[in-house]
Write a protein that binds this ligand. Structure first.
Ligand code: FEO
Length: 178
């Protein structure tokens, strides 16, 4: 019976489980960024609202990339149930703090997954995860630079207005890869 299951999918139960957990994490991130976009809109931070909307779209892309992989490998990709997404935030700055924490947590999750793939000798999934690990360099970079704007520009006077304008202009330049 076990061998027959192997014919259906080349993913082990454990790898399929962690991939589905990651699908859920990306969906939660997408929902969280959308909630942040809404908060920014309501509080007059139009540029940041656009920035978080874009981030939300990207997280959904990540989710779908994982979803397709699990399906392509013959596994059971699970459409995640998302609930209890925070709607209100303490301050403009706190949103960027949460965003950075989220990205760090995602990087750690992918690192744990890569580790698990090596232990289970699933080098196909290990190779698939490389795209996400590289993507996290950019995701963390942008989140960190955005938060640093609060220190560099300051929050007094027109500070928030200036920060809001600059957030979408942060770009990551990858200079060490072809
Ligand atoms: Fe899908 Fe921002 O990590």
């Amino acid at each position: 019976m076990k061998d027959l299951l192997r014919l259906r999918t080349s993913l082990t139960e454990e790898i399929e489980r962690v991939l589905n957990e990651q699908i859920k994490m990306e969906a939660e991130a997408s929902a969280m960024y959308l909630a942040m976009s809404s908060w920014c809109d309501r509080n007059g931070f139009d540029f940041s609202a656009g920035y978080f909307k874009k981030q939300s779209d990207e997280e959904r892309e990540h989710m779908l990339r994982l979803f397709k992989y699990v399906s392509d490998m013959g596994g059971r990709a699970v459409s995640p149930n998302i609930a209890n997404i925070q709607v209100e935030y303490d301050s403009f700055k706190s949103i960027f703090e949460l965003a950075l924490q989220q990205e760090i947590a995602v990087t750690q999750s992918f690192n744990r997954m890569a580790d698990k793939c090596q232990k289970e000798k699933d080098y196909v999934t290990f190779s698939f995860l490389q795209w996400f690990l590289k993507e996290q360099i950019e995701e963390e970079y942008v989140a960190r630079r955005a938060l640093e704007l609060f220190e560099v520009i300051g929050e007094d006077g027109t500070g928030h207005y200036e920060i809001d304008k600059r957030v979408p202009k942060i770009t990551y330049e990858n200079t060490y890869e072809a």
